[in-house]
Design a protein around this ligand. Structure first.
Ligand code: GRG
Length: 312
């Protein structure tokens, strides 16, 4: 939800109001669907549903599913066809956060404004809740493919895009580099590659899987790929800036953790001012990529600007 975010001077207040209303409307729809896909459960193993729902329904910006829906709308697609994939991506993202917070990884106590999953349910249940979210994500995508056979090829291709982005070539690969680099100063090139994998890949999959479902042509895919590579990187740079300058209450997680863990970040490698400059350049570049879509791209353009000024 974007309810707590104020408009900066760089966004026209009317445009921001329109953007916020649309964003929050989609978040409501995504939350309703996630609630339906992973309901409370009274079976003997029902406690695993409590652990999954605890993190999944704890809020979060829902950036990845919103991106998927926005791309679908811009391309004139059917949002209902994209929604199961958008929800699956949010499940995968939430699993990665639960596992990332575990003592064997980042050992964080606070996430999405609440104690982390393992602090409430214990390490074993948190590990299983993450695993279960990942499994459910693929079950949801497979269910959607069998329900809409006329779109089966696109559905399978979208699922492949999401699987690849979550695996060793994407998020898990990036996490491996991150762990191996802890306590070391890494070169800027490796830092870029790490984030392209760890954070950028799933954000990219949100945009490209939606485009695949909408049967986008090769030229459109190329434009969207360049667009999302810019916003993926901008997202991570902003994340590193917020870890230094952000307000932990607003963000719902502890700040300063990168420095405390001696992690290489854009701020530690390039400095705060240069990182801010890079963020603005990438924001402009991203908006430029989709300018050819004209008025149809208004929401994605506003979203791009919002990512640069976000406070959480
Ligand atoms: C454990 C398999 C595994 C992977 C972990 C993505 C990742 C790899 C860990 C997440 C840790 C982290 C804080 C990464 C930095 C960027 C990021 C993904 C921030 C969280 O995403 P937001 O800001 O979170 O979209 P919300 O809560 O709004 O959904």
């Amino acid at each position: 939800m974007l309810k707590d975010i104020t408009c900066s001077s760089e966004i026209n207040p009317e445009e921001f109001k329109r953007f916020k209303m649309k964003y929050n409307g989609w978040v409501d729809r995504i939350n309703e669907e996630l609630d339906r896909l992973i309901p409370e459960n009274n079976s003997p193993q029902g406690s695993i549903y409590d652990a999954m729902r605890y993190s999944l329904m704890a809020g979060g910006k829902r950036l990845r599913p919103v991106l998927a829906i926005a791309v679908s709308e811009m391309l004139g697609g059917d949002i209902e066809k994209v929604l199961p994939f958008a929800c699956a991506i949010e499940m995968i993202h939430t699993y990665s956060l639960i596992h990332d917070d575990l003592p064997c990884m980042d050992n964080d106590d606070y996430r999405r404004g609440k104690p982390t999953n393992h602090k409430v349910f214990g390490e074993a249940q948190a590990l299983l809740a993450g695993d279960a979210l990942l499994n459910r994500a693929f079950e949801v995508m497979a269910e959607s493919i069998s329900r809409v056979p006329e779109n089966a090829v696109e559905g399978v291709n979208a699922m492949r895009v999401i699987a690849e982005a979550s695996g060793t070539k994407g998020m898990i690969g990036g996490q491996v580099i991150d762990i191996k680099s802890e306590g070391k100063a890494i070169p800027g090139e490796l830092l870029l590659y790490m984030h392209k994998c760890k954070t950028g890949a799933l954000i990219k999959a949100s945009v490209l899987s939606a485009a695949v479902i909408c049967r986008a042509d090769t030229e459109t895919m190329k434009i969207l790929e360049e667009f999302v590579e810019c916003i993926g990187l901008a997202f991570q740079i902003k994340d590193d800036i917020l870890d230094v300058e952000g307000n932990s209450k607003v963000m719902g997680k502890n700040t300063g953790s990168d420095a405390a863990k001696s992690k290489s970040t854009f701020v530690s490698v390039y400095g705060l001012n240069q990182s801010k400059k890079m963020l603005l350049e990438l924001t402009d570049q991203a908006a430029g990529c989709i300018s050819g879509f004209g008025e149809k791209a208004w929401f994605l353009k506003s979203l791009t600007k919002y990512l640069a000024i976000r406070e959480m």
